[in-house]
Design a protein around this ligand. Structure first.
Ligand code: SF4
Length: 385
């Protein structure tokens, strides 16, 4: 059942100082795989991980193989104030070994322990019940509370997941990452129902703010490799940050994308301006004193999050979207957490004109299914004009 471990450990993945394992999952195939791929790392079976963490020191690098008891499949919290994309989260673990200065997880979770839900069979059972109960197609992803692939070299979680989901026609899985990890690819039965996705940004920002991640060029090389294997990909320009020289940086980023893929290889692309809850601002200042973008001029949005001033946001969106349109992108671009008015100004269309963002993205995720669907309204002539 277990694949051999990758020949070399990815550079972003330092071995933890200690592995903690819940007793119920000590013999699960995922736990056994992780432990076999991290020989030499001490591990302990424990009932109370928080107590154990205190004994080890709260700053120690710990990987925790957990018997997760919550819901594995849940709707993305989104926001009621802005347009939501209708994404379903498949919860596979929490925290991330990469170190993006702006990472929201710094504010979400009380510790930085890398947690992996090692009771995978419970996840599969919940998914099976959901996917057989209803034929309604869903767009799901694992990249909400962790990077989808950052721990893949030791867990093989995504390989197991794509293999399991291959039997279900009503789910499209998005794998969102900032690294290059394609070890799961050979387990995919239907490439049309898996969407490898990368966050993209200007290389200057990646170098300064996304420590331990792979470069834009490496991400796009991986994207091209996926396309060559029959996948479509997704890209997420998020967070777009206002910094001196951003025009040059983002113009080059768009060029780099289309050095490697064609517009038709991209199922959809999101753009999101840097936004944050006030709690995160303080954490960024404390953890990353050189992250000077937090001192930009922000306003508080309807959802309580701070965002760049509207004229600056519009300027950045118009610039980047202008370059993307010149490169051939069309109505498969959408904005994250912005109002219909901002959409209209920068994209020229609103979620309503697409028949609702959630339905639109579902249609883009399942292209052949929705081409025949009369339920989803889209006025292509209007949108593309
Ligand atoms: S890759 Fe995503 S989850 Fe990981 S540190 Fe960066 S922003 Fe956070």
């Amino acid at each position: 059942m277990n694949d051999p471990a990758p020949a070399t450990r990815p550079q972003h993945l330092n071995p933890p100082e200690h592995i903690l394992v819940d007793p119920e999952v000590v013999n699960s195939s995922l736990s056994r795989r992780v432990l076999s791929r991290m020989p030499g790392v001490p591990w302990t079976v424990c009932r109370n991980y928080q107590k154990q963490l205190q004994d080890l020191g709260t700053d120690s690098q710990v990987l925790y193989l957990k018997n997760y008891k919550g819901r594995f499949l849940r709707p993305c919290p989104g926001t009621s104030r802005y347009h939501c994309c209708g994404y379903q989260i498949i919860h596979i673990g929490e925290n991330c070994p990469l170190q993006c200065t702006y990472c929201i997880l710094q504010a979400y979770f009380q510790d930085r322990v890398l947690k992996i839900w090692a009771n995978q069979q419970d996840l599969f059972q919940e998914l099976e019940e959901h996917l057989t109960r209803s034929d309604t197609p869903i767009r799901a992803g694992t990249g909400e509370f962790t990077d989808s692939l950052a721990l893949e070299a030791v867990t093989g979680f995504t390989g197991d997941l794509v293999s399991f989901l291959g039997d279900y026609h009503n789910i499209c899985l998005e794998l969102k990452s900032k690294i290059v990890e394609l070890g799961w690819m050979h387990k995919v039965k239907h490439p049309d129902r898996v969407l490898p996705a990368w966050s993209v940004n200007s290389q200057a920002l990646i170098s300064a703010q996304e420590k331990d991640t792979d470069s834009l060029e490496q991400r796009m090389q991986a994207a091209r490799a996926c396309v060559q294997q029959g996948f479509r990909i997704c890209l997420h320009f998020d967070p777009i940050i206002h910094y001196p020289g951003w025009q040059k940086g983002y113009a080059r980023a768009v060029e780099t994308i289309f050095d490697y893929v064609r517009p038709r290889d991209i199922a959809y692309m999101s753009l999101g301006s840097f936004r944050f809850m006030p709690d995160l601002e303080k954490i960024i200042m404390r953890n990353h004193p050189r992250a000077d973008y937090v001192y930009n001029e922000f306003i508080t949005g309807l959802d309580g999050k701070k965002r760049l001033l509207l004229p600056l946001r519009l300027e950045q969106f118009r610039f980047i979207i202008g370059r993307l349109k010149e490169s051939g992108m069309g109505h498969n671009m959408y904005l994250c957490m912005e109002s219909g008015a901002v959409w209209k100004k920068v994209l020229g269309y609103t979620p309503k004109e697409l028949g609702g963002l959630d339905k639109h993205l579902l249609r883009l995720s399942f292209p052949t299914r929705s081409q025949n669907s009369p339920k989803i309204f889209i006025d292509r002539h209007k949108l593309l004009s």
